[in-house]
Design a protein around this ligand. Structure first.
Ligand code: HEM
Length: 286
């Protein structure tokens, strides 16, 4: 079964035109399988989390009841990106599974909103937030090994608590970054093929048939990948043990108890001067 749909160009050459749409269902099923296997693993096999904790009384005294986590700007970016991402998925894939409507205009408008919000995010995270807080560090890798050994019943010291972001969130961010950049870069070029009310001058001859075809295939592959990724993201967002993290993306802070349970004040320090509910932690990179 070919995962690409081919056509014959006016010059008699076989060229790719887009992905085969059954991949939509492959992505949906992969997302559902991941959720089922993960939910069963957590319910049946996973041992309760255990971390190394040795906070001094001075550190404990400095932690407020509400620990600031995401600034208003970072939260606004997250939800704008989420809305445009859902709009893109809906406009791209509903017509392919039989719900027909005039999708292209809504799709590229949502695409431009996503592109603008990502450009803003890159600048904001690089120059105004702690850029490195979202990338795995040495402690994450050491603790991943410890957690793996402990999960299969081997001897290993308990891991440290997380910095601002658990390793899983950091890896997820890296994968969504790659697939997001793939749809954005290809999508911006594809704007040259459609009527964009003068925003882009139309030029379908910018590339040859083969290059256009590969671009549509890459756009489609990253797009269906995003179906599974977004399903998994929403699944984790509504899992009971992750709700404090999700709430922090709505209200901007997490509770002192949750912070001290799962986050290491040495790895993610609370900004002492920031009043509760306002401001954000020094390593706010999302
Ligand atoms: C979640 C992100 C996205 C998904 C899932 C997605 C998915 C898709 C799909 C499945 C198609 C049909 C391609 C084909 O027929 O082979 C498409 C077309 C298109 N997309 Fe996206 N896309 C996304 C993001 C973007 C972005 C960010 C832009 C613009 C910056 C964009 C602009 C376009 C354009 C211009 C077309 C071409 C329509 C046409 O030629 O008829 N897309 N997209």
């Amino acid at each position: 079964m070919d995962f690409i749909t081919w056509a014959i160009s006016p010059w008699g050459r076989s060229v790719p035109i887009h992905i085969a749409w059954y991949l939509i269902w492959v992505a949906v099923i992969a997302g559902l399988l991941f959720m089922i296997v993960h939910a069963l693993y957590v319910a049946i096999f996973a041992a309760p989390k255990k971390f190394t904790k040795n906070d001094s009384p001075a550190v404990l005294a400095a932690v407020p009841e509400r620990v600031p986590r995401h600034s208003l700007v970072a939260r606004a970016f997250h939800w704008l990106m989420a809305i445009s991402m859902f709009a893109l998925l809906i406009t791209a894939f509903l017509p392919k599974v039989g719900i027909k409507f005039d999708w292209v205009t809504y799709h590229w408008i949502a695409g431009l909103v996503l592109t603008a919000s990502i450009i803003f995010h890159i600048i904001h995270a690089s120059f105004f937030l702690d850029f490195w807080s979202i990338w795995p560090d040495k402690i994450d890798l050491r603790d991943a090994k410890r957690r793996l050994l402990r999960s299969i019943g081997k001897e290993a010291p308990p891991p440290d608590r997380f910095a601002k972001y658990p390793l899983e969130n950091k890896l997820y961010h890296a994968v969504i970054l790659l697939s997001g950049l793939a749809v954005i870069v290809t999508g911006v070029f594809m704007m040259k093929r459609v009527n964009t009310a003068g925003i882009f001058t139309r030029n379908p001859y910018l590339f040859g048939d083969m290059t256009w075809g590969m671009m549509y295939v890459l756009h489609g592959l990253a797009g269906v990948g995003l179906i599974a990724l977004i399903m998994v993201h929403v699944y984790f967002g509504i899992r009971p043990e992750k709700l404090p993290i999700t709430k922090s993306m709505i209200f901007g802070y997490m509770s002192r108890d949750f912070y001290l349970e799962e986050h290491d004040p040495k790895r993610w320090a609370v900004e002492e001067s920031s009043p509760p509910q306002k401001g954000y932690a020094p390593s706010d990179a999302d």
